[in-house]
Design a binder for this molecule. Sequence first.
Ligand code: HEM
Ligand code: CU
Length: 554
Amino acid sequence: MATVSAEVTPEVRTIHRLTAAFIAVAIVALAIANVPALFQAFDRAGINLYPYARPVIRTYYQGLTIHGVMNVLVWTIFFLSRFFSFVTVYALGRPLASMRLGWAAFWIMLAGLVMALIPIFANTATVLYTFYPPLKASPLFYIGLTLIVVGTWLIGWNILQTWRGWRRDNPGERTPLAVFGTLATYALWTIASVGLAIEMLFLLIPWSFGIIDTVDPLLARTLFWFTGHPIVYFWLLPAYVSWYTMVPRLAGGHLFSEPMARIAFLLFVLYSIPVGLHHQFSDPGLGGGIKLVHTFMTFAVFFPSLLTYFNISASIETAARLNGGTGWIRWVRNLPWGNPAFTGQVMGMFLFVPGGIGGLTNASYNVNQAVHNTTWVVGHFHLTVGGAVTLTFMATTYWLIPYLTGRALWGRRLAVAQPIIFFVGMTIWSETMHRLGLEYMPRRTFLSQAPYAQGEWDLERILLLIGGPTMFVAGVLYFVIIIMTLVASRQPARVQVPLPRPGEEGSHERVPKLLDSWRPWLIGSAVLIAIAYLPVFTHLLRNVSSVPGFAGIW
Ligand code: HEM
Ligand SMILES: [Cu+2]
């Protein structure tokens, strides 16, 4: 396997400790989030275990806040922060523009996390990870989350400066695909996160301090979803970068088409943001016409995922055939299934297919009415972020942690089984959640205590009790493997970073200049955002309707 590690300089290696720091926080967050997950799965099945969780978790909704925040805001964001920095440094073969800024970002984010966790565990921020007003949390919660976002901007800036330095030293060369994907992600995230920043700075923080008495829930929600849908691409695109640049390597081949990969990333820059109203189809006060515009934009953002599906499948098949695979299906056997870094990512891809298709259902303006706020939605995002992204992130640590520590992965066969167990549990659990959603089981509800539970749910509830705990076990196995690798592994690791050298990746086609430039795409993105959001915000600001807020209701 061609690698870049042969030329790793001590300067490049400075990224290792920062990487380890981010990963450590991410993995601890995932471990913490795994515990309320089990309580929730039992609750969905009608069994109330919360009395046993006292005094740490006092209510269902506090547990759900811990689960949501730690999984989708902390595990993902801390993980991808290190991922993109590491990938940039390795693909460009040069250190971060500023290690100081890198560490500053880490400490700011960690401080933010601690600030947010204090009220969450004190039950004064039981507002779920979407923190919709009029639910009101302690100011620490909002400030903490804002600091995490500020950290992501600093990281993006550092990556941009690193790339600029490389550009200066390598005029006329095409940006390596991994860095191109990274820059695309930070481009869309930086634009998208402005919505959240405005919501925090002008609405929620002053309101939670009592500087302003009331807040407009609809305006806040709209600002939230301006960021809240594109944030899913912030979580997903690191997985795509890994699938495009590393998975073909791990499989023993190369990427099928690099231009097609670049088109996919650029389409995300164009279409990620003007879609947020697809989370607000049931919100009154926003016009039907503009919701339909967001529906069509959402259909458009499905397209780059189709491209990815095609490109990655073709790459994997090509790799198998290069390694002697033949036949229509038999080639599947010629893939490195014994390598957990490969198997885990493919399991994630399998989960992503039904997840993406379900997303189209959610996005359909009229069909959405049937599934809105039911467990269908929970089934959907567990396949995508909970399944595809989480499994891919876990799988990359199966090469990264041995690489960083020099210790071989402990329990390699267990590490191959782990994503498969997670896959099986998730398939049963999420399929059931989808079906229960069609039977109108509500999400975000303390269901074991709800008087309106339906008899027709009973059979599915048994399936939840099989799927949920199976996922929990796979989660525990993951921590065991990582911790044992850190403390008990004695074998030296023989791992290299599975990244291609600059200019080497893909199908050896020359990449056109248009697919290595930013300006036209960023302008296109701004135009689409204006079409999608100017009418919405003009309307909302003309019709402000504010309410006081509630704290401490759970
Ligand atoms: C052991 C594995 C897991 C189990 C059993 C599990 C279970 C659940 C359940 C039952 C709910 C629904 C609660 C409700 O709607 O009332 C839920 C919500 C949620 N889960 Fe998971 N989950 C797991 C892993 C994950 C992972 C890996 C992620 C993301 C990385 C994730 C992200 C979320 C989010 C964002 C919510 C929504 C929280 C909210 O509505 O405020 N979960 N989970
Ligand atoms: Cu969305």
